[in-house]
Design a protein around this ligand. Sequence first.
Ligand code: PLP
Length: 407
Amino acid sequence: SFTAEVVPQAPEDALFGLMRAYRADENPDKVDLGIGAYRDDNAKPWVLPVVKKADSILFNNPELDHEYAPIAGIASFTSKAAELILGGPDSPAIREKRISSIQTISGTGAVHLGALFLSKFYPGTKKVYVSKPTWANHHQIFNNVGIPTVEYPYFSKETKGLDFENMKLSLLSAPDKSVILLHACAHNPTGVDPTIDQWKEIATIIRQKSHFPFFDTAYQGFASGDLMKDNAAIRYFVEEGFELVVAQSFAKNFGLYGERAGCFHIVTGPAPEAQSTITRIASQLAILQRSEISNPPLYGARIASTVLNDQALFSEWEENLRTMSGRIISMRKALRAKLEDLGTPGTWNHITDQIGMFSFTGLTEAQVLKIREDAHVYMTKNGRISMAGLNTKNVDYVAKAIDKVVR
Ligand code: PLP
């Protein structure tokens, strides 16, 4: 039977455990800097106004039914998702029909489907190099399909920025044709992204070593507020003719967390046989999808599709993105300014240098536990804070709490 030797007790998911502890805390000053979901200035979830509009359009459409989606999902959604991540219909991969896109269970499902596809069909070295640190789920997802993860250096504890030299050395010493997982923008958990010149150097190494780029993009438009800035790395790789895959989430940039809208894309390099290669790949992805989920959920994809296919709604979405990213950027500035005003020991420029939902504060695990105990400020043990948990009402309180544990 399923004894403890056969099925040992697994640890609770760290992030969801943190959320539970926060909910149970009755202190009125408590602050949640754990979970990666956007909050408004009142610490409340924010339904994007454009999503509310799309909602009512869908609600009032008498034609909509609840039939199964096609195996590859809603085509009007996946085609626009591809344009979004590749920078528009003029992307060479789209013009030359070298891309196959399949709707997934949000970004997690996209990473999984990509991992599963590679586990079956990737002809190179079946090892995936992930940044140290990375979104913890990357390890689990790849390991589940039998692809071991290896870490490449990424975050410098000294500068709290990119450890670029060691990252490059590691990619250079990886076996040829390894899979390299890259966060397209707003790296989770560090908030540290390569510059475009550094991306070019990374691309050169990946080319030289015949590695395979696997992009994970969960924050397009949410990081800088500019959709084209946040997809610059992927656009560059595609323009350079790389064969690559992209796992795309719409959870954060549409605030559709629980609706599970996502997409997996595979782009082949320019070659005379590119289109037939893509057709073959699409046929295999469809079989994998069928055996896993049969077909993807409708609702979130319908919302995103409604917005992505309408120029006025699209502009409004861009405005909503600027609202979210703008608030986060202003909280970065406020937190840094407050810490510097307090004369908190250390340097705090990394708070504003880092980008996106998260910041790696540099707090140690002991400090993280102490700040939870003393000030009821909740963050993950690695010192990561979700910037979206800060607002004009609690940022001073959080700065003072950080100041106190650092001294
Ligand atoms: N990839 C990264 C780097 C993430 O941070 C996340 C969410 O936190 C995801 C993928 C996937 O999220 P979801 O499955 O909610 O789209």
